[in-house]
Design a protein around this ligand. Structure first.
Ligand code: B12
Ligand code: SF4
Ligand code: SF4
Length: 385
């Protein structure tokens, strides 16, 4: 039988939940109700503008994404958590400015976070049930398309929504994942924190592909994260130069953010870089056979894109690398061995390389935005540069 808890018991339980969440390794935790009505129209507008590109799953759930209580009937609260992922030495500038190296977004250098966070959220749910002896109908979410995670985190006071659309806060910056536990207990809710972007627009101006089309609005089709991780088929030519050496995701809008200067590092061993992925040579990565890709990236989120798309992304970065006969040779060696898609990217890359070899006046250095970003990082983030 369901025994309702008194307000005082719920208050105490909320405090305990925050303690247990911290013990599980979550850096931030807050509780909100499930009313996301004010996000329904912006979500529909975003979809109407086709900003989701080929991510059909974004549309499939329709307004259910903004109605968690319909998605998981019986639930009345979301316990939102944030988990830091920044590794000890992120080597941001060092890797971004060396165009022979591949830049991998810092959230994906270690173990895939989805399973890790979901398991921890499940443990949190089980702990709540053990302690209350109630059936709480809990359900964990991490990055699952069916739920609008950022608006829930904002309501729960985990941070404010930055103009890049990510959640950030004063102590942790934005280098953290989000996750939620939907639950049927009417726990007391937390208050949103004050927005602290002010007049800053640094993330919008630094974006290499102008993907942040308005404050809080990202056109995913232009975002390097989408182009290198989510997009199937060829990478549109118009974005290939701007992608530079970013071979999986992009961190630029977060890197330039002043609130990330003092961001907390992760305490989770699983999020530390594996196999030198934070500063690998492009040609080393290109030389991997499919079996190397599968073995070395076991347990990593990168593995999900598959070997073909890994090579597609690497080919673009190799085309953007400084002129090198060795690169042309290595690129051509893989011609006709993988797929038409990879061949097309190889042809493009070889063409870029040949142009740089024949026309020595071509500027093969860093583009202006990346130069500016590298300066910002070296000046403000000595720890991670
Ligand atoms: C699809 C998706 C993407 C897409 C689209 C990104 C986007 N901005 O929408 C792509 C592939 C491009 C992407 C990229 C990245 N992503 Co992503 N992504 C998601 C996913 C699955 C859904 C996001 C979504 O629903 N977008 C649609 C829009 C409409 O929803 P929304 O941004 O939440 O927008 C609402 C609010 O902005 C709100 N709003 C708030 N204030 C205001 C003010 C105004 C004026 C307006 C109009 C609206 C508004 O209204 C909107 C409508 O509801 C979430 C996980 C999840 N299930 O939520 C992760 C998630 C947002 N991604 C995450 C991360 C880490 C990234 C990357 C940093 C990865 C990388 N390094 O490459 C980049 C960052 C790019 C960027 N600047 O957004 C994290 C963010 C963590 C955090 N601290 O906020 C999430 C939460 C995953 C997770 N569980 O940790 N991502
Ligand atoms: S992740 Fe990169 S491409 Fe995407 S919005 Fe941020 S800066 Fe722009
Ligand atoms: S860079 Fe500036 S505008 Fe963008 S999220 Fe950070 S503080 Fe806000």
């Amino acid at each position: 039988m369901f025994m309702p808890l008194s307000n005082q018991q719920l208050e105490q339980l909320a405090q305990n939940i925050k303690l247990w969440a911290t013990e599980l390794g979550f850096s931030y935790v807050g509780i909100s109700d499930l009313d996301l009505t004010k996000h329904e129209q912006p979500l529909l507008d975003w979809l109407d503008k086709n900003y989701h590109g080929e991510m059909a799953y974004m549309q499939n759930h329709g307004l259910l994404r903004a109605r968690p209580s319909e998605l998981h009937p019986g639930s009345v609260r979301s316990i939102s958590i944030g988990m830091d992922y920044l590794p000890q030495s992120a080597k941001f500038a060092k890797t971004l400015k060396d165009k022979h190296k591949g830049y991998i977004s810092r959230y994906s250098l270690g173990r895939d976070y989805h399973k890790l966070i979901r398991n921890k959220l499940k443990q949190l749910g089980q702990k709540i049930e053990q302690q209350t002896e109630l059936n709480t109908g809990f359900r964990p979410f991490v990055d699952s398309a069916p739920i609008l995670e950022r608006p829930l985190a904002e309501k729960a006071g985990i941070g404010w929504t930055g103009k890049h659309s990510l959640i950030l806060n004063q102590t942790g910056g934005s280098w953290f994942f989000l996750g939620e536990l939907l639950i049927n207990l009417p726990l007391p809710t937390d208050n949103p924190v004050e927005e602290k972007c002010g007049n800053c627009v640094a993330c919008m101006t630094i974006c290499p592909t102008q993907a942040i089309v308005a404050p809080y609005e990202v056109d995913a089709r232009r975002c390097i994260s989408y182009l290198t991780i989510e997009k199937k088929g060829p990478i549109p030519q118009e974005f290939r130069h701007a992608i530079g050496n970013r071979i999986y995701g992009c961190d630029d809008c977060q890197l330039v953010c002043p609130w990330n200067r003092y961001a907390s590092l992760t305490a989770e061993d699983d999020f530390q870089a594996r196999h030198n992925l934070d500063s690998s040579d492009l040609l080393d990565l290109w030389s991997w056979q499919e079996q190397d890709f599968l073995t070395k990236l076991q347990g990593s989120a990168i593995r999900r894109i598959g070997y073909e798309y890994w090579l597609r992304n690497l080919a673009v970065a190799l085309g953007n690398a400084p002129a090198s006969e060795a690169i042309i040779q290595q690129l051509q060696q893989k011609l006709g061995t993988i797929s038409e898609l990879v061949d097309e990217h190889i042809h493009w890359a070889v063409e870029q390389q040949q142009q740089k070899i024949t026309d020595t006046n071509l500027n093969t250095g860093l583009d202006k935005k990346t130069q500016r970003l590298v300066r910002v990082v070296e000046k403000g983030l000595a720890r991670d540069a």
